[in-house]
Design a protein around this ligand. Structure first.
Ligand code: GLU
Length: 315
């Protein structure tokens, strides 16, 4: 008998919730696929609580989010790790980038950015490079005015691409589609792009599954991985579950939040079953736990599994 195929590198997936509210149907769907992708390959899951945003992250939500995962049968093997414990690692990464002369202070305010944002082909405003070559005198002027700078990473005119497990080939020119991006905010907080790359690297994450809204961040993260000599994970970006008129569900959509879902459907299995059924992960919306979906699930089917790879209407 042939031995079962075991990937050369063990698969480590991750749940990376931001504890800014209860989980909603979209978060649950992405977490379910992340879990299925890792488990179906004999892998493990890391739980990382992304509480970089200290103002919006509430201790109560940190407890809730862990309880929610457990209740839904989405168990993890390592962690929870917390981003609030990781300042030293993020600082070290910034030092590595600064030593290569790749960072510069940026004094632009949100209003400046809005006014100056260049025409762009990507999905987000492209930073026009205002502060990249700021003459020393101007820099001193801004410092004297007491404006605390953010830090940006200089990006090259280079195309970075990936083969996404769900979305297929995706390419981005860092300079034209993204521009120099933030690695530290003006308030001193480390930027999401930096933290996520440093953490995925340190936690040995090889499989990243998340919503397609983060696909356009992936080339930036891959560029940072290169600079910090970290391996690239395999990426899969799943459709967003959307509410009225194609708007993505958010933590403010009460009717899709987990406590409401439990009230509507009765049990965690009924919630998972409904989400699996409407997204195409299961043939019906019958109650089911993640473990029971493993038998039918295969990573190879992901490119054709979802009728629309970008959005799935919530119902
Ligand atoms: N913490 C992010 C969120 O909850 C996910 C970031 C990621 O998966 O890279 O939306």
């Amino acid at each position: 008998m042939d031995a079962p195929e075991v990937p050369a590198i063990p698969v480590i997936g991750r749940f990376a919730p931001s504890p800014t509210g209860r989980m909603h149907a979209g978060n649950i769907f992405a977490a379910l696929v992340a879990w299925l992708v890792a488990r179906s390959q004999g892998g493990q899951m890391v739980l990382r609580v992304e509480d970089l945003d200290r103002e919006r992250s509430k201790p109560a939500f940190i407890d809730d989010v862990q309880r929610d995962f457990e209740r839904l049968g989405l168990f993890w093997d390592r962690g929870p790790y917390f981003q609030h414990d990781r300042d030293e690692a993020y600082r070290a990464a910034l030092e590595t980038l600064a030593a290569r002369d790749l960072l510069y202070p940026c004094y632009c305010t949100r209003a400046d950015l809005h006014a100056a944002s260049a025409p762009h082909r990507g999905e987000k405003p492209v930073y026009p490079g205002t502060c990249r070559a700021l003459p020393a005198a101007k820099r001193a002027e801004r410092e004297a005015a007491g404006r605390a700078p953010a830090l940006r990473l200089t990006v090259p005119d280079r195309v970075l691409g990936l083969r996404d497990l769900v979305q297929g080939d995706y390419r981005q020119n860092l300079a034209c589609d993204c521009g120099d991006f933030l690695v530290r905010r003006a308030d001193g907080a480390f930027a999401y792009q930096l933290a996520v790359v440093v953490d995925d690297g340190a936690q040995g994450v090889t499989s990243v599954v998340r919503g397609v809204d983060l696909l356009c961040s992936t080339p930036q993260q891959m560029y940072l991985q290169e600079l910090l000599e970290l391996p690239h994970p395999v990426y899969g970006h799943v459709p967003l579950v959307t509410g009225d008129r194609g708007r993505r569900l958010s933590k403010r959509d009460r009717d899709a939040a987990l406590d409401e879902l439990l009230a509507r459907f009765g049990t965690p299995a009924a919630v998972i079953g409904h989400i699996a059924g409407i997204t195409g992960l299961a043939p019906t919306t019958d109650p089911v736990m993640p473990e029971e979906l493993l038998g039918e699930f295969s990573v190879g089917a992901l490119p054709t599994l979802f009728p629309d790879p970008v959005q799935i209407p919530w119902r």
